[in-house]
Design a binder for this molecule. Structure first.
Ligand code: ATP
Ligand code: MG
Length: 236
């Protein structure tokens, strides 16, 4: 079976001339359908840059991304609006929820912006909140939720559009150990569901990364290892 995500020989740098910084220098890896992959690496090594390119928010200098049959890499973000909307969900460390809207309205609004109409948008948002275990908090605003609950709302928003790939940039960075593990368990449940979701998750937490299906280590611009044991040493 073809992988859900395939990254080939990706290069990206910032700046020009003497201040030019080569960040990604030939990144290549694949993520299978239904797989939860952790991405680790030292601060500043290019993890967020890599996610931004995979997410279609930043054009690479060279190389190819293939997600669910769509190939891109050097296209500017405006050329990939439809791909991003239909295929890729994002989760961030600080949730990015709208503070004045309830959990349900945060998820519903995202679906409406993606083209869904009422009342179907609200029905799908309710179903997404149920999938992340938050049906009983649907009417709460973000400041009435715990950090773990707020992140679940953000996850519901990311999956509500039936997207195939979730990109998570340090999704547990603000959460304690127990809550982080719960979020990871939720990720496993979502990946194991029938809609073949795949998740690529950046984390600085080696113990959490060890609970993913597989771990990638980004170092010196390349993916240097793809198993947990070889990265336990000095990598983190
Ligand atoms: N827009 C930009 N312009 C210039 N340099 C940038 C830009 N974005 C990122 N960089 C540089 O590229 C390198 C990689 O940054 P990136 O944010 O991808 O790292 P990271 O691995 O996500 O780090 P962290 O773990 O701290 O989040 C850093 O040296 C950063 O300073
Ligand atoms: Mg980062």
């Amino acid at each position: 079976m073809a992988p859900l995500l395939s990254v080939k020989d990706l290069h990206h740098g910032f700046g020009a001339g003497g201040t030019r910084l080569e960040v990604l220098t030939g990144v290549a890896f694949e993520v299978a359908s239904g797989e939860l992959v952790a991405l680790m690496g030292p601060s500043g090594c290019g993890k967020s840059t890599l996610l931004n390119i995979i997410g279609g928010l930043l054009a690479a200098d060279s190389g190819t991304i293939d997600v669910n049959g769509s190939a891109y890499g050097q296209q500017p973000p405006y050329a990939l609006v439809e791909l991003r909307r239909a295929t890729i969900g994002w989760i961030f460390q600080d949730y990015h929820l709208l503070p004045h809207l309830s959990a349900l309205d945060n998820v519903t609004l995202a679906l409406e912006l993606a083209g869904a109409v009422m009342p179907e948008a609200e029905q799908r948002a309710t179903a997404a909140l149920e999938r992340v275990g938050l049906a009983d908090r649907a009417q709460h605003r973000p400041d009435e939720l715990s950090g773990g609950q707020a992140q679940r709302v953000a996850i519901a928003r990311a999956i509500a559009g039936d997207r195939k790939l979730l990109l998570a940039d340090e999704p547990t960075g603000n959460l304690d150990v127990a809550t982080s593990r719960e979020i990871l368990e939720l990720f496993h449940e979502l990946c194991a569901g029938d809609n073949e979701l795949s998740i690529l998750m950046v984390t600085h937490d080696a113990a959490l990364a060890a609970r993913a299906d597989r771990m990638l280590l980004l170092r010196d611009g390349c993916v240097a290892a793809s198993d947990v044991e070889s990265a336990w040493g000095d990598a983190v």
